[in-house]
Design a protein around this ligand. Structure first.
Ligand code: ATP
Ligand code: MG
Length: 412
């Protein structure tokens, strides 16, 4: 059945560890009710980027089929996430003369074009232009200047760029799985949509989404986005640390990490032990939980310190009255809130998807933040006319650019 008739919106999170589909229906209040969830292990993604089309296609199909069974909806198109080390972001500003003495949509479009007229390397394109504030004849902090009288219109924006090939591989994988991509959002912007409150975004907050392959951040203040960054370290690094630290297989290390992982040695009694299967047919060994926590704490501290460095370098620390919200699988570690709070010197809470109805219990885990956020953003912004085609590198981001105006409304 066509989505449009049923107010159905689908978020597809193509993550490093899992590909996840959230099917949502827009409710009377304009919010969303979750009606289906599908998740399949992902093997074709490295650090947020598609590296194997065939296995990605298979995981997309599995994840969609599962969500279709639960929701009873046939998924035809999705809003997908994009992530990875190719993403580059920065702040920029633009200025234009107001043509008729009163600001129109056309002036807004021109001033945003002027802000995004920047040198971008070959093969990269602007993915998002997120306005922070408009300034009209020197008056700043204007959110919506349309209809206001003035001569000189300025805008300050946050610009996100990414590799066209990366977006193309997402649309190509979806197309081979039989679905169209209607929109693409930077993953941490989607996660922010799912777990942050409006008040947090207003007074200042840093979202940290710790996935399997990357850990992504987005900083908001006065309701607008001021910074985004991607750190190419994630939950898989903790697993690898345990694999070598405990001399066990990667799959056992992953299981132990999820069942027993704690990133704060203070929370573990010195005499607590766990049984660790050995490799090569040797008998299982007993390992102290405290030793395991030491290994995990070192990695968690490293990640938090890298984020602290980034926040300090960009002079963002003072913008964060609401502190930090951590989401993604990494935020599930026991002790993560306390550890992050002590390293960052800020309030930290774990973010689960909020303000959703329907089968909200099913997605009540930080690992679903991105997929829920993608469905939410899609529902808020509505369906676009242009479906991003697959395989045409030139057009992928250009069409995303066409829809830019809708996105702008979203993040303002
Ligand atoms: N309870 C838990 N304790 C510790 N780590 C966990 C827990 N649950 C999940 N993880 C880890 O979180 C990671 C998966 O998180 P998530 O599902 O958010 O990643 P992803 O979206 O697939 O990856 P990415 O966003 O990097 O592309 C894995 O490394 C997993 O081991
Ligand atoms: Mg993720």
């Amino acid at each position: 059945m066509p989505h449009k008739d049923n107010n159905i919106y689908v978020g597809l999170d193509i993550g490093t560890t899992k590909i996840c589909t959230v099917v949502a229906r827009q409710n009377m209040e304009g919010g969303i009710d979750i009606i289906g969830l599908g998740s399949a292990p992902s093997t074709g993604i490295r650090k947020g980027v598609v590296v194997n089309i065939d296995s990605t296609v298979k995981a997309i199909k599995d994840s969609i089929a599962m969500a279709e069974r639960m929701s009873g909806v046939t998924v035809k198109s999705v809003c997908a996430g994009i992530a990875g080390g190719h993403i580059e972001s920065f702040n920029s500003r633009g200025v234009v003369a107001v043509k008729s003495g009163e600001v129109t949509q056309n002036d807004i479009t021109r001033v945003l074009e002027s802000a995004s007229a920047i040198n971008i390397p070959m093969g990269y394109e602007v993915l998002h232009i997120l306005p922070q504030q408009y300034i009209l004849d020197g008056q700043d902090e204007i959110k919506d200047p349309i209809g206001m009288s003035g001569v000189r219109l300025e805008v300050e924006v946050h610009i996100v760029t990414g590799a066209v090939s990366s977006a193309t591989n997402i649309t190509k994988s979806c197309s081979k799985a039989g679905i169209a991509v209607e929109d693409i959002y930077l993953e941490q912007l989607a996660s922010s949509e799912a777990v942050l409150t409006d008040e947090e975004r207003e007074i200042g907050v840093c979202l940290i989404d710790g996935g399997g392959g990357t850990t992504d951040m987005a900083v908001f203040n006065r309701g607008a986005c001021y910074h985004t960054a991607v750190l190419q370290i994630g939950g898989n690094n903790f697993t690898r640390d345990l694999t070598s630290g405990l001399s066990t297989s990667e799959s056992e290390a992953e299981k132990i990490k999820i069942a027993e992982g704690c990133v704060l040695t203070d929370l573990v009694a010195p005499d607590e032990v766990i049984s660790v299967p050995s490799v090569g047919g040797r008998p299982p060994r007993t390992i102290s939980k405290s030793v395991m926590a030491q290994i995990l704490q070192a990695r968690a501290e490293e990640i938090c310190e890298l984020f602290l460095g980034e926040l300090k370098n960009k002079k963002l620390i003072d913008m964060l009255a609401a502190g930090v919200v951590m989401t993604g699988g990494m935020s599930n570690f026991k002790g993560m809130e306390e550890l992050a709070s002590s390293v960052l010197g800020l309030n930290v809470r774990v973010g689960h998807p909020v303000n959703i109805g329907g089968l909200s219990d099913q997605v009540n885990n930080p690992i679903y933040a991105t997929a829920v956020g993608l469905a939410k953003l899609h529902a808020k912004n509505g369906h676009s006319q242009n479906i991003i085609s697959s395989g045409n590198e030139e057009s992928t981001f250009k069409q995303v650019g066409e829809r830019m105006k809708n996105w702008l409304k979203e993040f303002f």
